[in-house]
Design a protein around this ligand. Structure first.
Ligand code: SF4
Length: 300
């Protein structure tokens, strides 16, 4: 699929046969495909940690504000009531397991209030808020036809931009430190969400704004980035290829960042970062790492 061919018509999603790829899954593939392959296996530890939940909760506050069209200070006075369901439903965690809920709630309140002051005035006039979008990237496995599928299996891109405007797409992030411009410029998410927006809303936007909450400074930074058509086409091809790999269930283990990196494992291949650590045999590389460490799900 290419930018010039969007929106594409004719395909409809078939959950029985088609394959869905998201930018978050692409991110996992880029670290270690084996982790994607082991995700639903017995013993895989679904991730939970303070950083992820903080991001989800901050996002929830902004989303509720944008959807309702009014300031949601009420959500700051009953945090337990909505944080607990987010913890249990999205992370299989509980408020009792949060290390310091008062400090956690307090920082959430600061993040929301500063978002309201600094970012909310810049987020008026959207054409879509939190709209789930789909894009057919291309054909998938032919052999499904002989296995009973009535038409060609497809690879689909799926994503939910936080907000879309006539001239840009916006995404909210939280981070322990300030983002670099390069991080935004290299984000595949921006290219893919531009494509999803052209597919679903028929608006050809090539500008993207990340509003990033820097927790170390309690401040929202604005980072704008743009994409050329060749860059977007390259991102679509990358997503399609990962979709084909996902469909074919090809999940090689890549615990080292580069083959010529003297077999020093990547930061992501550790019990603290990889939910597959306890069930993955490919983590045993000759780098002196303590393999007796057992991964546990923890808040910090
Ligand atoms: S333990 Fe290492 S090799 Fe195994 S899935 Fe995780 S990152 Fe990949």
């Amino acid at each position: 699929m290419e930018w010039k061919n969007l929106p594409a018509h004719g395909a409809s999603y078939d959950a029985s046969w088609d394959t869905v790829i998201r930018q978050s899954t692409i991110g996992q593939f880029q670290l270690c495909p084996m982790r994607v392959g082991l995700t639903n296996n017995e013993g895989f530890l679904s991730p939970v940690n303070e950083k992820m939940v903080f991001g989800t909760c901050t996002h929830y506050l902004a989303e509720q504000d944008l959807v309702s069209g009014s300031e949601r200070l009420d959500l700051l006075t009953n945090m337990g009531e909505w944080v607990e369901p987010i913890l249990s439903e999205q992370y299989d965690w509980s408020l009792d397991q949060v290390y310091d809920p008062i400090a956690f709630f307090s920082e959430l309140g600061v993040a929301y209030r500063t978002w309201r002051q600094q970012v909310h005035p810049l987020m008026k006039g959207s054409v879509a808020i939190e709209q789930e979008m789909w894009l057919p990237l291309g054909e998938g496995n032919n052999s499904y036809l002989s296995a009973g599928k009535p038409d060609q299996a497809m690879i689909w891109l799926k994503g939910t931009p936080d907000a879309v405007y006539e001239d840009r797409i916006v995404d909210l992030k939280t981070s322990g430190k300030a983002w670099s411009q390069a991080k935004a410029d290299l984000s595949i998410q921006a290219s893919l969400y531009m494509s999803l927006t052209k597919q679903e809303l028929e608006i050809g936007i090539r500008k993207f704004t990340f509003y990033v909450y820097d927790r170390s400074k309690s401040r929202w930074d604005t980072i704008d980035t743009e994409r050329t058509v060749p860059q977007i086409n390259a991102a679509l091809l990358t997503a399609y290829n990962y979709g084909l790999q996902h469909e074919a269930k090809i999940y090689p283990a890549t615990p080292v960042p580069e083959a010529n990196f003297n077999k020093k494992r990547g930061w992501y291949c550790q019990p603290h970062f990889c939910g597959a650590w306890n069930i993955c045999d490919s983590k045993y590389i000759n780098d002196g790492y303590d393999y007796t460490k057992v991964a546990i799900r923890s808040w910090n």
